[in-house]
Design a protein around this ligand. Structure first.
Ligand code: LLP
Length: 441
């Protein structure tokens, strides 16, 4: 292996073995569920996203089963992957939705998630968004500040509705995750300080048009240790006791999301262990529990297929036709995503350390640095794994690169569920004002 290789990257065989939805067939190459990924790349070109419906169903069923033991309801965090087909799978699997915008609310409704299974989170809901949520009659609005409580009360009064609200507290706990995706520290913009929560709950209880149903918290994303959850939920349980002692009814605790997955060779969080943490933290309180997982349900179920355009720098750089505009996680969070060749013969080859980059004009457009990979030649295809969460939803058209298509695999079938964006779509809605071309200017 090349001298600048990162310490012991997992082999292609190990990466595939750790992912039951993937297999390497000697002739067909990499297969997702029962569909050879080359067939999709042949039909749609690259880059292309592929999601596995069976994998999403299986993960939702596993998490739901683990949480059923503690009576916790799953509200899928739509932001992780808001494709209508993904949301339909969630609806069919009995999950509700956690939304953070009127757009996500509309998507969830469109996909068939009933309004009474939807909660609305987020620090900056606008009056229009609050009105949309109340008109739909959603289950709960998570209030993130005193100012927002007043806004919700005002909108509810105007629409003659009662807003069921939970107060999102900020437990000031370090989730031990990347700084850009930690949300439960005092310095983060989210939630209400625990010290202020009791007074605000009392205020909510007194306001007409607002009915406080409980509290909510979400401490961050890609959390692999249970310790931060234990600390945060202990604070939540303490607050429930304080509020009840003050005579308030506290029916529900929305425990947020954040359950991590294994991207490299670290084990992902286990649903049973997470459920055990909930059981311990809220034992004896008789609260309805809710969780808002996103990544854990869909992350492993999606991948991004790309082709090698060329190698350069004495084969140090492998340039793909996918870029940071497609999958921004490596550029934005230094995230590690497995990269696997589609062809069995390639996957079995000797490895060398390479930088896998995209064509965008930024050095940050790098999917992997000094990654131990089998030799790849122009035209070879690779799959960037575990890209089902915060993948396509975070894409942009930077460098005027149209959005990649999406295919959904289900058992042995597959379908295009989003067409490749046409270059003309890039300037739809734009215009050049006539006065720019006036000769007299
Ligand atoms: N609930 C709330 C209020 C949230 O803010 C989030 C995620 C979730 C639930 C779902 O968290 P999950 O279970 O997916 O970890 N783009 C970043 C992740 C940002 C997460 C934002 N909030 C990434 O690619 O890692």
């Amino acid at each position: 292996m090349d001298a600048h290789a990162a310490a012991a990257d997992p082999s292609v065989a190990d990466l595939i073995a750790a992912r039951p939805h993937l297999a390497m067939h000697p002739f067909d190459g990499l297969v997702l569920e029962d569909v050879p990924l080359n067939a999709i790349a042949d039909a749609l070109g690259t880059p292309v996203w592929v999601y596995g419906a069976g994998t999403i169903r299986a993960r939702l069923a596993a998490l739901t089963a683990a949480l059923a033991g503690v009576g916790a309801q799953v509200h899928y965090a739509v932001k992780a992957n808001d494709h209508l087909a993904v949301l339909r799978l969630m609806a069919q699997g009995g999950a509700g939705a956690d939304v953070v915008s009127a757009g996500e609310l509309a998507r969830a409704r469109r996909a068939g998630i009933p309004p009474d299974c939807i909660v609305f989170s987020g620090v900056g809901k606008t009056v229009a968004e609050i009105a949309a949520a109340l008109s739909e009659g959603i289950a709960q609005i998570n209030i993130e500040s005193a100012a927002e409580l007043d806004m919700v009360a005002a909108v509810a009064a105007r629409l003659d509705r009662v807003a069921k609200v939970a107060l999102r507290i900020n437990p000031d706990v370090d989730a031990g995750t990347h700084a850009k995706i930690t949300t439960g520290r005092a310095e983060n913009k989210f939630g209400i300080a625990c010290a202020e929560a009791a007074a605000l709950y009392a205020r909510a209880a007194a306001l007409p048009g607002v009915a406080p149903v409980g509290i909510a918290l979400h401490i961050g994303s890609q959390i692999l240790s249970l310790a931060p959850y234990r600390a945060a939920y202990a604070r939540a349980a303490e607050l429930v006791r304080t509020l009840r002692a003050a005579g308030h009814s506290v029916r529900r605790v929305d425990c947020g999301g954040g359950i991590g997955i294994g991207y490299r060779d670290e084990p992902g969080a286990a649903p049973d262990a997470f459920a055990g943490t909930l059981r311990q933290a809220f034992a004896g309180l008789e609260v309805e529990l809710m969780v808002e997982p996103g990544r854990w349900l869909v992350g492993p179920a999606g991948l991004l297929l790309a082709s090698v355009v060329l190698s350069k720098g004495g084969e140090r750089f492998v340039v793909l036709d996918a870029a940071m505009n497609d999958l921004v996680r490596p550029a934005m969070y230094d995230a590690w995503h497995a990269i696997v060749p589609l062809a069995a013969a390639r996957a079995a080859g000797a490895v060398a350390a390479v930088d896998v980059v995209g064509p965008v004009c930024e050095s940050g457009d790098t999917f992997a640095r000094a990654r131990a990979l089998p030799r790849l030649a122009a035209g070879d295809r690779v799959a960037i794994l575990d890209a089902g969460a915060y993948g396509a939803v975070m894409s942009s058209t930077y460098n005027a690169r149209p959005l990649a298509p999406i295919a959904l695999v289900d058992g042995g079938n597959w379908a295009v569920v989003r067409a490749r964006q046409d270059v003309h779509d890039l300037w739809r809605g734009e215009s050049v004002p006539e006065f720019l071309d006036r000769p007299d200017r």
